[in-house]
Design a protein. Structure first.
Length: 234
């Protein structure tokens, strides 16, 4: 259910707010984000060419991806609804020296304020945490310039994803806190592609993200059965 018309789950916001002070600790609950960030960053940069581009990072959290895109020369806006996460993100800029415009605003409101404003939109690991993912997708489509790029990453919905992302990652390997994910909210690539097409986006490419529990290494591979990223063009 939406919270007072806002497309956010208060329990999800609180869950991540409680962990906000750990966001930039590479050995904390956010260790997986730190380890996959270079993979995502390079994937986005190879397609968009971040230097000199305007980018909005939707659901930016503590700013791991936002800052790294700014470091590649992009003019970055990061938006989130967690006060604590945004505070951490802003404080980290004092250490890094990078420039990111962090704002507490919904993607729907920003799309109304700045339609077709950005060269690229990134929305990573957020769709599976909101009540209405189609609304987020439509708003991301509204934010990007004609010919621009939109990137979504999320979790596939199938038995393997349940085994790996919840049982494996949260309970066995303890890569993530228990309760991080809710299986019913996982989204199949076909469902995401359908919502994106309805929003006027064209699928350009899909890549999977895998984790080897033996080597403890993440990689971008064709296997999209658990985590995946889809690039769309407006």
């Amino acid at each position: 259910m939406k919270n007072d018309g806002i497309n956010a789950d208060p329990m999800e916001l609180e869950k991540f707010s409680q962990l906000a002070h750990h966001w930039w600790d590479p050995n904390s609950e956010f260790k997986p984000l730190h380890e996959i960030n270079p993979l995502r960053l390079n994937y986005i940069d190879e397609i968009v060419g971040l230097n000199g581009k305007t980018v909005v990072d939707v659901g930016c959290g503590g700013g791991i991806l936002s800052e790294s895109m700014a470091a590649r020369g992009a003019k970055v806006t990061g938006i989130d609804l967690s006060d604590k996460a945004l505070k951490v993100a802003k404080l980290h800029l004092l250490e890094s020296g990078h420039q990111v415009d962090y704002r507490k605003i919904t993607v729907e409101a920003l799309a109304t304020e700045l339609p077709q404003h950005y060269d690229a939109v990134t929305c990573m690991e957020m769709l599976e945490h909101v009540p209405d993912p189609a609304s987020v997708i439509q708003s991301c489509a509204n934010l990007v310039k004609r010919g621009g790029w939109v990137f979504f990453s999320t979790l596939n919905r199938n038995p393997k994803a349940y085994l790996y992302a919840i049982i494996g990652a949260e309970y066995v390997l303890r890569l993530l806190p228990r309760g991080t994910h809710e299986y019913a909210k996982f989204i199949k690539p076909s469902e995401l592609a359908h919502m994106a097409r309805a929003a006027g986006l064209m699928e350009s490419g899909i890549i999977g993200m895998t984790y080897n529990p033996i080597t403890k290494v993440y990689a971008l591979e064709p296997d999209t059965s658990v985590n995946y990223i889809i690039a769309f063009q407006a």
